[in-house]
Design a protein around this ligand. Sequence first.
Ligand code: SAM
Length: 351
Amino acid sequence: MPKRQHRSEVESDLGLLFVTVASGFEKDAISELQDSLGDALVRCRPIFKGIVLISTSIDVRKAAKIVEGHKTSYVAKVVPVDRVVKADLERIVDSVLEIGGIEEKDAFAVRCTRRGRHPFSSRDVERAVGNAIRGGRVDLEDPNVTINVEILFDKAYVSVLKAGEMVSKRVGVERKWEKGKRPLNRSELKMVEILELLPEIASCNVALDLGAAPGGWTKILSKHVRKVYSVDPAQLDEDILKLGNVSYLPKKLEELTIEDVPQRADIITCDANISAQELVSVIGKVVADFLSEKGLLVLTLKAVTPKIEEELTNSARVLAERLKDLRVDVLTLTKLPHNTRRELTCICKRM
Ligand SMILES: C[S@@+](CC[C@H](N)C(=O)[O-])C[C@H]1O[C@@H](n2cnc3c(N)ncnc32)[C@H](O)[C@@H]1O
């Protein structure tokens, strides 16, 4: 059989990982994958409910092992992809033969998972591939080689994997939460941690939550304060919109006007997806316009360059200088358990 090729047809210079994740938690899974792979992760796309495709600059099998070694809650299965071909029985069989790597001594199993409508079943794929392989013997119980075919609509992601090369992880989120207690997203857990650090939030009247969608922070804040103004150009979750004390302002934080928020806020929070540097340049005006005397300010500083620590430290320094002019002191700059590798949380108070 020809030599194995680990590169996909569609992304010739990058490797591909087909990753199944907790459905509805794709963003959180992507964040975990980014944390695990760092700069080796070139591109990350949710391509279907519960499926994320990763392009990586390193060997795909090595990348899968790196993810295996990291603590994750939302990642289920990490499959290094050898070929991406048209979802056609003949093309799939050909691609398996081209990848090769199955020897006489091997015990193999073919596994196919199909999503979408096709004129063949998963079982047809398994049978066709199994029949075409010369050498080795079928062993569905304890194979040392698995031919894995993930079909998603018109594409088939084909891999020939030795035992242990496909990584399966326990999805914590599926079982972790009692009924009705599941958080909206990972961000919500950051706000729970902030509340532990800053119990005085509970005595605030008005909160202004910037970069609020889908609404994890707003959800927690709304339980503790009288009124929450939630600002985000993206849509808030339906259940959050229904909360009686939440006003949704569908705009960017830079576009906020005094008319939007008719009262000063006792706490301003910002988890917007903007770089720490951008945040530093825009937050001063919001503080000046909306933060009350003795008000609290909670910001997630987000790094966007590879020099994460340097970027965050510099931004925090400039932020502290700018806020001083507004009589706002930085109380803590901390890494919360649910901050990503690229984030720090900055807690401040107006004096
Ligand atoms: C990580 S999410 C926030 C999650 C939120 N804290 C929660 O608990 O659900 C980041 C949000 O920032 C928003 N965003 C990005 N740029 C923004 C801007 N200039 N002003 C306001 N929101 C912004 C995005 O639309 C996105 O919804």
